[in-house]
Design a protein around this ligand. Structure first.
Ligand code: NAD
Length: 300
């Protein structure tokens, strides 16, 4: 099976590498030359453009920052000119794993359907560690026949594959999850900094919380306090993880989803504002756990 993989960033590159390892023929495209070289070094092929990458592809996978990039890739209209959807043969399958709005996912799925192309939204959870290990959670939106078509590819990159519902439902599930993640991250930072300011060793405090009622994936597997865990963004100056600006985007999607139906998300809204302040202070490219620094007590 020939797979085109568009977007080889923090998540896309390890996901594409796992598909190469599984024996698929993978042709990748990214705007970054370093990302292309890294895929080649792992045994993948690369292309000079998205249009070239999708030639003869039966499956196109995308892992791009936001809806504008995804719509421009498939439908065109942006700087990329014509979208690649027009090039795909009827019967091809699109798997978009980027986190975008449910409405944008439905728009692409409808355009794909009009060309006889299947599409599922399949956003992921688990971060770069799970992307590397091939243990991501996929939340899939689309019909069950489309999900079964995608499964052979998804199971090489993930451990849990959920059918959330029809087109866009995967994105809705993802936005709910990430709103909660953003809230839990900021709450965990607040608690850890309170302990530190009162003289506790953050490693000991994390171990206590990790086995108590405040436990979470954040404190146990993605601890934002440097020195508590190895192989997480906080251990490498908050590089190579999930950017603050991407969390800010996801919290914006959550607030938007709530606004559309007049639902209230007070904690999601507060978290969005916290990450917006953190981004505005120049931290947008750092992992979102760097919001830990915002809660440091002023000891003077
Ligand atoms: P990233 O910024 O590291 O990677 C995005 C890649 O897309 C970059 O390499 C960029 O050069 C490339 N790109 C941008 N425009 C392009 C174009 N027109 N053509 C080709 N390549 C293009 O982002 P990421 O952390 O890998 O996240 C990707 C998506 O996955 C986002 O929607 C994010 O919200 C979601 N996500 C991220 C994580 C995480 O932990 N990083 C976890 C779950 C979901």
């Amino acid at each position: 099976m020939k797979i085109a993989f568009i977007g080889l960033g923090n998540m896309g590159l390890p996901m594409a590498k796992n598909l190469v390892k599984a024996g698929f023929s993978v042709t990748g495209f990214d705007l970054s030359g370093a990302a292309l070289q890294a895929l080649e070094a792992a045994g993948g092929k690369t292309a000079d453009s998205a249009a070239q990458a999708v030639q003869d592809a039966q499956v196109v996978l995308s892992m791009l920052p936001a809806a504008a990039h995804v719509k421009s890739l498939y439908l065109g209209g942006g700087q990329g000119g014509q979208g690649v959807l027009a090039q795909l043969a009827p019967g091809a399958l699109i798997i978009d794993s980027s986190t975008i709005s449910a409405s944008a996912a439905r728009e692409v799925a409808e355009a794909a359907k009009a060309r006889g192309v299947d599409m599922v939204d399949a956003p992921v959870s688990g971060g770069t560690v799970a992307a590397d290990a091939g243990t991501l959670t996929f939340m899939v939106g689309g019909d069950s026949v489309q999900l079964e078509r995608a499964r052979a590819v998804l199971e090489k990159m993930g451990k849990n594959i959920f059918h959330a519902g029809s087109h866009g439902a995967g994105q809705t599930a993802k936005v709910c999850n990430n709103m909660l993640l953003g809230i839990i991250m900021s709450g965990t930072c607040e608690a850890l900094q309170l302990g530190i300011a009162n003289g506790l060793d953050p490693k000991v405090l994390s171990e206590i919380i990790g086995k108590s009622s405040g436990a979470s994936w954040v404190v146990n597997s993605y601890n934002p306090c440097p020195g508590t865990l190895e192989n997480v963004p906080s251990a490498r100056s908050y590089s190579g993880g999930f950017a603050t600006d991407l969390m800010l985007k996801d919290l914006g999607l959550a607030v938007e989803a709530a606004t559309d139906i007049r639902a209230s998300v007070p904690l999601g809204g507060l978290a969005r504002n916290l990450y917006a302040l953190h981004s505005a202070s120049g931290n947008g490219k750092l992992d979102f756990g760097s919001i830990f620094n915002m809660f440091a007590a002023n000891k003077s």
